[in-house]
Design a protein. Structure first.
Length: 423
C-alpha cells in the first residue's frame, strides 16, 4: 500500500508500461486508446511518452484506430516549440454500449457512447424480478432507445452489460459460488439472442463503483471504498488500481458485513443502511411509499422518519468503512444513494460525523457520490467497453469476442422481427 503522503495513482495512467518488447500489437492498441481516452488532446509524441511505446509504433497504431473510427485528430497546434502537434481525441461515436441495472424493484437501462455519456435512458418498475419476462421487456426497451439511430450508429452498438445483486436469483447454489447460476446464464443467453449483442454480467455494486471511478477527475485514487444505498446496500472496492471482483465477480459485498447493535445481536449492514429499511420505517409510521421509484415521495412528510433512518444508517456505514479500511487502507470513501442528491449529501455528512467518533487508526475522506441512481447501469455499460477497447490484460476472465469494430453476424434487435412474426 502507498504511504499517505504519496500521490494517488490513476488507474488509466499507464506510466511507461508499453508492451512492444512482447510484440503484442493488440495490447499496444489498447495502451494507446487508454492514453487517448483518459488524456484527450495529446500529441503523437506525448502519447508515446505516456505509453512507453516508440513514436513510430504509436503513429502506426493511431493510423489503424483512426481508420476504424475510434479516434479523431484536432486542428494542428502551431506556435509552440518544436514541430507543430496534432491533438488526438477519442471519437465519441466510435462505439456505443448498453448498460442495465437489474435490481429488486426496478431496472434502469442506459445507452452510452465512447465518452461514457448517457444518450438514452429507460426505467422499468416491478414488484419482483421476473427472469422469464424481463429479457423481452429489456430487449424491447433497447429497441425503442436505438430505433431512431442512424444505421451507422447502430452498427457500432457493441455490447450489453448487466449489473445485478449477487443474491437476486433464488437458484444460486452456495457450493457453486464461482459459477453463475443457471437462471442468470439463461437470462443472459435469451437477451443476447433477442438483441444480437454480447451480454456480460457484473455485480451491481462493482459496476456502480466503476462508474464512480470513471467519473472522477484525474488523478484518480488508487484505492477507495464505494457504498451505494439502494434497495439494499451495494458496494465496490478499487484496491491498488484494480476493481476487486473476485473469482465469482461478486467480491466486496460490504452490505453483508456484520455490525453490532445495542441488543448485542450482529446484523448485516443491509438491514439498516438500505432503502428497504427506510420504506419499512415509513410503513411503521403510517406512511406508504412506492419502493421502486422515489420520485413522488413526500419528503416533507417523511422528514422525521428520514432523519432517524439517516442517523442509524450513518452509524452503520461508518462501521462498514472503518472495518473495510482496516483491510484495504483506503483513504477515500464514497457514499452514494438512489435518493435525491441533497439527501445523499446529508447522509454523507452524517457518516463523516459518526466516523469521527470511532477510534482513529487513519484518516479517511468521506464524500458523496457524483452519479446517483444511474451508477450501476452506467458502470454496466462502461465495463464491456473497457474490456473491449482499453483493458491491457488480454487474458481476462471476461474477455469478449473481438476488440475492433467489424461487421456483425446478426443485426441489432429493433423490434421489427417481432412485428413481422405477428403478421
Amino acid at each position: 500500500m502507498n504511504d499517505s503522503a504519496a500521490p494517488t495513482i490513476d488507474l488509466f495512467n499507464l506510466g511507461s508500461r508499453g508492451l512492444q518488447h512482447h510484440g503484442l500489437r493488440r495490447a499496444n492498441e489498447r495502451a494507446v486508446l487508454t492514453v487517448v481516452g483518459f488524456n484527450p488532446g495529446l500529441s503523437n509524441a506525448e502519447i508515446a511518452r505516456m505509453s512507453g511505446l516508440a513514436p513510430q509504433t504509436v503513429s502506426a497504431i493511431l493510423n489503424d484506430i483512426e481508420a476504424v473510427g475510434l479516434i479523431v485528430r484536432g486542428e494542428v497546434l502551431r506556435g509552440r516549440r518544436g514541430q507543430p502537434a496534432t491533438p488526438i481525441f477519442l471519437r465519441a461515436e466510435g462505439s456505443f454500449g448498453i448498460g442495465v441495472e437489474l435490481s429488486w424493484r426496478h431496472a434502469d437501462i442506459v445507452a452510452i457512447n465512447l465518452h461514457a455519456k448517457a444518450l438514452a435512458h429507460r426505467h422499468l418498475c416491478y414488484e419482483e424480478p421476473d427472469f422469464a419476462a424481463l429479457p423481452r421487456k429489456i430487449a424491447d426497451a433497447i429497441a425503442e432507445m436505438v430505433r431512431d439511430w442512424p444505421a451507422a450508429q447502430r452498427e457500432r452498438l457493441t455490447d450489453i452489460g448487466i449489473g445485478l445483486p449477487s443474491t437476486i436469483d433464488e437458484n444460486r447454489v452456495p457450493e457453486d459460488d464461482n459459477v453463475p447460476s443457471a437462471l442468470r446464464v439463461a437470462f443472459a443467453a435469451e437477451l443476447e439472442q433477442l438483441t444480437g449483442l454480447p451480454v456480460m454480467l457484473f455485480n451491481d455494486g462493482n459496476a456502480a463503483c466503476w462508474a464512480e471511478l470513471v467519473a472522477r477527475p484525474a488523478p484518480r485514487p488508487e484505492t477507495f471504498i464505494y457504498l451505494l444505498v439502494s434497495t439494499f446496500l451495494g458496494a465496490g472496492l478499487i484496491g491498488e488500481g484494480r476493481l476487486w471482483q473476485g473469482p465469482s465477480g461478486y467480491s466486496a459485498d460490504l452490505g453483508a458485513m456484520l455490525v453490532a447493535q445495542p441488543d448485542g445481536i450482529p446484523m448485516p449492514a443491509n438491514a439498516f443502511a438500505s432503502v428497504t429499511s427506510l420504506v419499512k420505517r415509513a410503513q411503521e409510521a403510517g406512511i406508504t411509499l412506492k419502493a421502486g421509484d422515489n420520485a413522488d415521495w413526500d419528503w416533507d412528510a417523511l422528514e422525521p422518519v428520514l432523519k432517524a433512518w439517516m442517523r442509524q444508517s450513518a452509524k452503520v456505514l461508518a462501521l462498514v468503512i472503518y472495518n473495510a479500511n482496516a483491510v484495504v487502507e483506503g483513504r477515500l470513501a464514497v457514499i452514494d444513494t438512489i435518493l435525491p442528491p441533497q439527501i445523499t449529501e446529508r447522509l454523507s455528512r452524517m457518516v463523516l460525523e459518526e466516523f469521527a467518533l470511532l477510534p482513529q487508526r487513519r484518516s479517511v475522506e468521506i464524500v458523496p457520490g457524483t452519479i446517483g441512481r444511474l451508477a450501476p447501469a452506467l458502470g454496466a455499460a462502461e465495463l464491456p467497453l473497457y474490456h473491449r477497447y482499453f483493458s491491457r490484460n488480454l487474458f481476462e476472465k471476461n474477455q469478449i469476442r473481438s476488440d475492433m469494430p467489424q461487421k456483425k453476424s446478426k443485426k441489432p434487435y429493433t423490434g421489427e422481427e417481432r412485428r413481422k412474426t405477428k403478421r
